[in-house]
Design a protein around this ligand. Structure first.
Ligand SMILES: [Zn+2]
Length: 217
């Protein structure tokens, strides 16, 4: 496990105040719950480092509400555990957010994905060693030399959206971010269900993990 997980790599302008959009926070908690129960969002206990994060568009165009940094270990979340990303700049690696917690260390990756297509309404980032190993290069996969949370990762998602099947699969493997998987969708429900479905198909019944991914979109 790479130990840089969880550290904010972008420059952050954080306004510590309650994030608006409480209803969106409730929706995030609704879909975070089954992801947490499946272990797709959680904490690496040996390192005390949370993983997995979830966001949905809300507010002004380009803005989104995202789980806060180091909230992965929490069994339950409420509006105090989310931050609204109000603006960002990929090239200067800057993220501005407002919330009682700071936005997830992977907020820049979420921002880059929203920028690809205005019809993408939600981004779910989970960790699963099994799914990551199994779908590496079977699903659209970002380059192994590119770590998460960098402008280069943003470029990788742009490349996948343009040149790979990502637009159809709505699922991608982060080749340079161990165990990292991204699911997107027009709605939060779509993005969450997609990853929950491949996870349960992989877990049970035995052997179904070899199921082809075609038709999954
Ligand atoms: Zn991650």
């Amino acid at each position: 496990m790479t130990l840089d997980e969880g550290y904010v790599k972008y420059q952050s302008l954080w306004t510590k105040a309650p994030a608006p959009h409480a209803a969106a926070a409730e929706e995030l908690e609704t879909w975070r719950q089954p992801l947490y129960e499946a272990g797709l969002i959680g904490e690496y206990e040996e390192h005390g480092i949370g993983y997995g994060n979830i966001s949905v568009r809300c507010g002004e165009p380009g803005q989104f509400l995202i789980s806060g940094t180091q909230t992965g270990r929490l069994a339950r979340t409420d509006k105090s555990h989310y931050a609204l990303v109000t603006s960002w700049n990929l090239r200067s690696n800057l993220v501005c957010c407002v919330g009682l917690v700071q936005a997830s260390s992977e907020a820049m990756t979420h921002a880059a994905i929203y920028q690809l297509d205005q019809h993408l309404g939600a981004v779910v980032h989970v960790h699963s060693k099994d799914l990551w190993c199994h779908y590496m290069n079977n699903l659209p996969t970002t380059a192994p030399e590119v770590p998460y949370g960098t402008p280069e990762m943003a470029d990788e998602f742009r490349r996948l959206y343009r040149d790979s099947d990502f637009r159809r699969t709505q699922l991608a493997i982060m080749g340079g971010h161990e165990e990292g998987i991204v699911s997107v969708g027009a709605t939060l429900e779509q993005a969450a269900q997609r990853i929950l479905q491949i996870n349960s198909a992989f877990q049970w019944p035995p052997g179904s993990g070899d199921t082809e991914t075609s038709g999954m979109s």
